[in-house]
Design a binder for this molecule. Structure first.
Ligand code: PLP
Length: 421
């Protein structure tokens, strides 16, 4: 399997013009580490992310323990941070890419193309062409038009038929609204692939991302099994790949989801030989591994109400509030020299927190209880790794892509604090 040492990875990224944090740093937990980053450059006006590599390692351990028969293909769209991708590659993950650029990114890490699935059911021709040129030879489809495109531009490509799961999982992002063949479309699509002389090696689905009810894996895996049966009735080449998509969260929910998946696999595929099961987890690996630190850059007092401005907002990493329907929470880090030593931290005020752009939509928190903050204090947002880095903008000249990521490697104490299992 693909592997490399983490050291080159650590020295390859980090804050521009500043040495990267060493693995042996002395930290007093994640907050101590964030404080030390701020102390090194107290005048900094830039928010920053911290990626905790120990969390990623724990998550991979946990995946291997609870879903041992499911090979992870990390969904790059969730967070393409190179240090995260490199760590996952080193830990044995493969990758789900949805575009030419994502494939390029993963290949540039030295990952071989057979560890990439091009899991986008509707692809631009130029991207298909590129996949063919670099040997990415597995993709998903859910329409006749896509079959024709692949026949023409990448006839060596093997296919997974993406189906729409039969039940709504209640996820915040229901991908079934856009993708997945309906049950009645399946015979026609299998036939189209056969006519195009393309090999359909299996089935994929996605139960929905963010807060999905894991019971939905039962219906989806059973529906996939019925497609396997249909293919054998049509006398097609035997299917042997089941792709159960993403939809996993970390924490205790993962244990519950794993039980549902394992049960459903046993029920539907327990008697089948030679089946490879893969998953496309995104949120599971990225969400809890990243913490965002933002500086308080503005303040207004209106009676008992406190209003603050911070240097990241909904056009930056905190876009997840709008695009991923997340309710964020934060913890203050007192850094301002204006605080009296005996300030009562337990006294809180109803507070609003705004992002830095001139749009009033750029509001991060409303009706949130916070201690009295001053300019140059910081607010720290945990669990900021999923669908944040990948979807920020440059609106108002605040460039999301310029926000640095610092790396930390958890010591035992920190790992215990951060491990949610
Ligand atoms: N696979 C596909 C095809 C997706 O579209 C997505 C998310 O949109 C994922 C995997 C990752 O999903 P999640 O972050 O819920 O694991």
């Amino acid at each position: 399997p693909y592997s490399f040492s983490l050291n080159p990875l650590l020295s390859a990224s980090g804050v521009k013009g500043k040495p990267v944090t060493s693995l042996s740093q002395e930290t007093d937990g994640l907050f101590g580490y964030i404080q030390s980053v701020i102390n090194e450059k107290p005048e900094t006006d830039s928010p920053f992310m911290v990626l905790d590599l120990g969390v990623v390692m724990d998550l991979m351990d946990n995946w291997s323990r609870l879903l041992p028969t499911v090979q992870p293909f990390y969904a790059v769209k969730c967070n393409p941070n190179p240090s995260l991708l490199g760590t996952l590659a080193a830990l044995g993950s493969s990758f789900d890419c949805a575009s030419k650029s994502e494939i390029e990114t993963v290949l540039s890490l030295g990952v071989s193309p057979d560890r990439i699935i091009y899991a986008n059911p509707c692809k631009s021709v130029s991207h298909v062409h590129y996949a063919a040129s670099v040997g990415v030879n597995v993709t998903t489809f859910d329409s006749k038009e896509e079959v024709e495109k692949i026949r023409k531009w990448h006839p060596k490509c093997q296919l997974l038929l993406r189906i729409k799961p039969p039940q709504d999982s209640g996820a915040r992002n229901s991908l079934g609204l856009k993708y997945g063949a309906l049950q009645e479309e399946v015979p026609m699509l299998l036939q189209a692939a056969r006519d195009a002389e393309l090999t359909v090696i299996g089935v994929s689905f996605h139960i929905g991302s963010g807060g999905a009810d894991a019971k939905a894996y039962h219906g989806a895996i059973a529906a996939a099994k019925s497609v396997f049966k249909m293919a054998s009735k049509l006398d097609m080449q035997k299917m042997h790949v089941l792709d159960i998509g993403g939809g996993f969260s970390s924490g205790t929910e993962f244990g519950v989801a794993a039980v549902h998946v394992n049960d459903a696999l046993e029920t539907n595929f327990g008697n089948d030989e030679g089946i490879t099961v893969i998953g496309e987890p995104g949120r599971y690996f990225a969400e809890t591994a990243f913490t965002l630190a933002t500086k308080v850059i503005g303040k207004r007092v209106r009676g008992e109400l406190r209003e603050y401005w911070i240097n990241d907002g909904i056009y930056g990493y905190l876009n997840c509030i709008i695009l991923d329907f997340v309710r964020v929470r934060c913890t203050p880090l007192r850094c301002s020299s204006k605080h009296e030593d005996d300030v009562d931290e337990s006294k809180t005020y109803l507070s609003t927190v705004f992002g830095p752009t001139c749009d009033s939509l750029d509001t991060v928190l409303r009706d949130y209880q916070l201690m009295e903050l001053e300019l140059d204090d910081w607010l720290v947002f945990p669990n900021m790794g999923a669908y944040t880095i990948s979807s920020g903008t440059n609106f108002n000249g605040f460039s999301t892509s310029a926000i640095p990521t610092h790396l930390t490697y958890s010591n035992t104490v920190l790992r215990e604090k951060n491990t949610m299992f």
